[in-house]
Design a binder for this molecule. Structure first.
Ligand SMILES: *[C@@H]1O[C@H](CO)[C@@H](O)[C@H](O)[C@H]1NC(C)=O
Ligand SMILES: *[C@@H]1O[C@H](CO)[C@@H](O)[C@H](O)[C@H]1NC(C)=O
Ligand SMILES: *[C@@H]1O[C@H](CO)[C@@H](O)[C@H](O)[C@H]1NC(C)=O
Length: 195
């Protein structure tokens, strides 16, 4: 009887120990914060370089605007550079300079006048593509746009979908600017490394 109770007591404590180790292991597994992975475990093979070419349509006048002013400072209208103006855009991206040409995506984001001495915009934009295998993938761009310069360059800071892990740059060149309406067509060449 005594030895029996001793055995079951021992068994119980062994069980408890096993249980403790198991739960510790489980906790270690589910609570891991960071670990090292091999790129192949995410299906990443070889990094490649892609060139994207499209036209960006910024329509600020008429009935079908694609960019609207959403905020400004009290002093914006008296600033020669419209300092403080914030514009939200959903600008179509097409393969040719004509708005009626094939739509390949949209530039969705914000541009804001960030310079008091020249026309210099802060660009915070996601290029949301919808063409072929790029449909649903995005590139994120953050940069400075001195719109009257012949060529402006913006860093591509990342991407999603097909453009995961991407980095690169975008060059913008004004194709057409209607000074009266403010409507602009801008040619973009984007170079990105991605997998
Ligand atoms: C605005 O878009 C509509 C529908 O696509 C079109 O019929 C109309 O001509 C456009 N208006 C202007 C001013 O571009
Ligand atoms: C500033 O200019 C914009 C665009 O011309 C106009 O819509 C707005 O009413 C003006 N704001 C002030 C405070 O004058
Ligand atoms: C892109 O994907 C969306 C959602 O899956 C789909 O509705 C749309 O038709 C696709 N567009 C093109 C041009 O393939």
């Amino acid at each position: 009887m005594v030895s029996m109770s001793f055995t079951s007591h021992k068994l119980f404590s062994i069980l408890l120990t096993i249980l403790f180790f198991c739960s510790t292991l489980a906790a270690a597994k589910s609570n891991h914060f960071a670990r090292t992975l091999s790129p192949s475990s995410l299906g990443l093979k070889r990094e490649k370089l892609s060139h994207l070419h499209f036209y960006f349509h910024d329509i600020v006048s008429g009935r079908n605007r694609t960019a609207v002013r959403v905020a400004q400072a009290a002093t914006t209208n008296t600033s020669s550079t419209l300092f403080g103006m914030v514009v939200m855009m959903d600008d179509p991206l097409t393969t040719k300079p004509e708005l009626s040409s094939k739509l390949v995506g949209r530039a969705q984001g914000i541009y804001a006048s960030a310079s008091q001495s020249e026309t210099g915009l802060l660009m915070v934009v996601n290029f949301a593509f919808m063409e072929g295998k790029y449909n649903g993938s995005t590139l994120s761009v953050l940069g400075r746009n001195t719109v009257f310069s012949a060529v402006r360059e913006f860093p591509v800071v990342g991407g999603s979908g097909l453009f995961r892990f991407s980095r690169g740059y975008a060059q913008a060149k004004t194709h057409n600017l209607d000074l009266r309406s403010g409507d602009a067509v801008v040619e973009y060449n984007v170079y990105v490394f991605h997998y």
